[in-house]
Design a protein around this ligand. Structure first.
Ligand code: SAM
Length: 409
C-alpha cells in the first residue's frame, strides 16, 4: 500500500515536471512516506528525520506523508522544525502548488507517465479499512473504506498495460471486502474482468481477510489463467480466544476451511500469512496453538511481528501490554526458526519442476528474475530474457527465499 502511494506521488511529481534525483545529495526535495503500524516503523521515521537535519538547507524541502500524518498532524512540524510540509495521503495538489511557488525556476517539461510504469503496477481498489481489529491503527490513520468503481479500476489497468505493465496488483487493506459502488459485483467479478484484459500476463491481489474471503473468489483464481495462485491471508493467531480478543471475526476452523478449499482447487497455492506474538494476555498455551497452526498449515511465508501497542486502538488504550519483551522475543524467534525449516521444505518441492516466470528485472549479478504463479521469486540462469516475458523455467535450486533454474527446453 505504501509503495503504491509512493508510486502515485512520484507520478504526480513527474507529471508536474520534476525528475527523480540519482541520490539524496543531488536532490532538492526529500519526501518521507511513513508507516505507523508498529512503534518500530514509527521510530524509523523519527530517526530518518533526525538524519535529514544535516541535509536540510533553506533551498531544500522536506515533506512527510503517509500514515503518520493523521496520527501526528501538524504537531510533527513543532517537533521537527526542519520539516517544510506535512502532506495527507492522496491530497497532493496543495503540496504541488506550494512546490511550484518555490521552485518555478527549476521546473522542466512534464514527463510522459509511461516513463514510470514498470512491469508490475499497483492499483488501489479500496482505500481505508472498515474492520476494527483491536490491535490495529490502520482504520484511524487511513479512515473508513472507500471502494473505487469497477470501471475506474478496469480503465487504470488497461492504461497500465498500454504503458507497458504486464502484471497488476489489486490492493486493499482487506481486498476481499471489495464491492463496486455501481453494483458491478465484488472482488471475484473484478478479478475475472481484470484477468480478461488483453496483454496482461498476471493478476495478483492483496491483502485478504479471512472474514471477507468468498469461496467464489477461489474458483475464479483457479479458472482464470492469468490470475496468480497466491493468497496473502493473515491469520494473526492460531488460538480462538486470542482471535476473539483481536476482534478478527473468524475462528481457526474457518481459516482451515478456506485454506482447505483453496488447496483443493489450487494444489500448489502460495500461502502467505501474518502473525502477531505477545498480544495482551497471550498465554504459553495460546502461543503454542499458533505454533501448531504453523506446523499444520505449512505456509510459504509468515510475516511475524511482536505485538506493539498503538495509541487510539482498543487494545493499546485498554489492555496492559503484559507479555514481557524478552518473552515476545523468545516466541518470535521460536516461530522464525520453525518457519525457516518449513519454508525450506516448501521451496524444495519445486526442484525438478517447470514453473512459469514473469520476468521483472535483473538481479545484482545481471540474471533475470521474476515470480512464478505462486508468488515465489525465481532467478533465471544462463538466459537472455526481457522484463515482461513469461518464460518456462526448470527449477534446479531452492533456498527458503528463492528458486533458481534454466529456461526449459
Ligand atoms: N488484511 C490484513 C489483516 O487481515 O489484518 C491487513 C494488514 S495489516 C494493516 C498489516 C499487518 O501488520 C497485520 O496483518 C498485523 O500482523 C500487523 N500489525 C498491525 N497492527 C499491529 C500491532 N499493533 N502490533 C504488531 N503487528 C501489527
Amino acid at each position: 500500500m505504501n509503495l503504491a502511494d509512493s508510486e502515485s506521488l512520484a507520478r504526480h511529481l513527474l507529471a508536474a515536471g520534476y525528475r527523480e534525483a540519482p541520490d539524496l545529495e543531488r536532490a532538492d526535495i526529500a519526501i518521507l512516506n511513513t508507516c505507523v503500524v508498529r512503534q518500530a516503523s514509527e521510530d524509523k521515521v523519527y530517526s530518518k528525520l533526525h538524519e535529514l537535519r544535516q541535509w536540510k538547507t533553506p533551498d531544500r524541502t522536506i515533506a512527510v506523508t503517509g500514515c503518520i500524518v493523521r496520527k501526528e498532524g501538524e504537531g510533527l512540524r513543532d517537533r521537527f522544525r526542519h520539516v517544510d510540509a506535512v502532506v495527507p495521503i492522496g491530497e497532493y495538489q496543495p503540496f504541488l502548488a506550494d512546490l511550484e511557488a518555490r521552485y518555478d525556476y527549476a521546473m522542466g517539461e512534464p514527463l510522459p507517465l509511461s516513463g514510470r510504469t514498470g512491469i508490475s503496477h499497483y492499483v488501489n481498489v479500496i482505500q481505508g479499512c472498515d474492520h476494527n481489529c483491536t490491535f490495529c491503527i490502520v482504520p484511524k490513520v487511513r479512515g473508513r473504506e472507500v471502494h473505487v468503481p469497477m470501471p475506474v479500476v478496469l480503465s487504470q489497468c488497461r492504461q497500465a498495460v498500454a504503458e507497458g505493465a504486464r502484471e497488476v496488483v489489486l490492493l486493499g487493506q482487506n481486498v476481499d471486502d471489495y464491492h463496486d459502488p455501481g453494483g458491478g459485483g465484488g472482488l471475484a467479478a473484478l478479478v475475472r474482468d481484470v484477468g480478461s484484459i488483453h496483454g496482461l500476463k498476471r493478476v495478483r491481489f492483496m491483502t485478504s481477510h479471512p472474514q471477507d474471503l468468498e469461496i467464489e473468489l477461489l474458483q475464479v483464481m483457479a479458472e482464470t489463467p492469468v490470475v496468480a495462485h497466491e493468497l496473502q491471508l493473515p491469520v494473526q493467531s492460531g488460538d480462538d480466544v486470542v482471535l476473539k480478543r483481536m476482534a478478527r471475526g473468524y475462528k481457526v476452523d474457518r481459516y482451515r476451511e478456506i485454506v482447505g478449499r483453496a488447496r483443493t482447487l489450487m494444489p500448489d497455492l502460495g500461502l502467505y500469512t501474518d502473525i502477531i506474538v505477545g498480544f495482551p494476555g497471550e498465554t504459553e498455551e495460546q502461543f503454542l496453538n499458533t505454533r501448531r497452526l504453523l506446523e499444520e498449515m505449512q505456509f510459504d511465508v509468515v510475516h511475524l511481528a511482536q505485538y506493539s501497542p498503538r495509541p487510539g486502538t482498543h487494545a493499546g488504550d485498554r489492555w496492559a501490554d503484559d507479555v514481557p519483551v524478552e518473552e515476545k522475543r523468545r516466541r518470535i524467534n521460536d516461530l522464525l526458526a520453525l518457519q525457516r525449516e518449513i519454508a525450506g521444505r516448501r521451496t524444495a518441492r519445486w526442484i525438478g519442476r517447470t514453473v512459469e516466470v514473469l520476468v521483472e528485472g535483473a538481479d545484482e549479478l545481471g540474471r533475470p528474475y521474476g515470480r512464478n504463479r505462486q508468488g515465489k521469486r525465481v532467478v533465471v540462469k544462463r538466459a537472455r530474457t526481457q522484463p515482461g516475458e513469461l518464460v518456462s523455467v526448470l527449477v534446479e535450486e531452492a533456498s527458503p527465499g528463492q528458486l533458481a533454474g534454466s529456461v526449459a527446453a
